[in-house]
Design a protein around this ligand. Sequence first.
Ligand code: GRF
Length: 200
Amino acid sequence: MNIAVFASGRGSNFAALARAMKKGKIQANLSLLVCDNPKASVIGRARRAGIRVALVKREDFATRNDFEQKIIQHLEENDIGLIVLAGFMRILGPDLVIRYKDRILNIHPALLPAFKGAHAIKDAFDYGVKVTGVSVHFVDEKMDHGPIILQAPVEIEETDTLESLEARIHKVEHKIYPKAIKLFIEGKLKLEGRKIRIIQ
Ligand code: GRF
């Protein structure tokens, strides 16, 4: 199966996934990076790894729908079976979500449904929770909402700064995301309404 990663920024999750695939841990091809930000460092990572880059800028299109149609064209040309969102800073519209229903994953740096949104690590840190973490979930029409595949807790220590917490969260992300993608690729995720059963 061909996988497309959507990312807008640094791309550490993209790199972790590329490493897992190179080591043969996941039986699929990371064939495409879809990026909406020409300045994102994930682009350089993809080029160095020899992975095709589709740079699709929102400002080049009159409407969100036109922008997404262009993305869909790239996905179809590359015969993509799974979309992996990894720091893609846009909400997907209904066309894409419906067309790739149950084939879009996202990673969120908090224990959903707590701390949805773009600043989850800081929000959890500022709130003063003792435990936060990482969630991998299917994407539906609502932000940070679809069925949860895997979660992992991360304890917040009294000595933590926002930076040290971010670093630990990212480390956990880089383990849990390849694991969830592997389960998907191996057909081990059984959707039962909102709940997901992992077939052993
Ligand atoms: C990650 O923290 C992810 O959970 C969130 O965006 C961040 C992307 O980081 N959705 P990177 O670009 O993969 O380094």
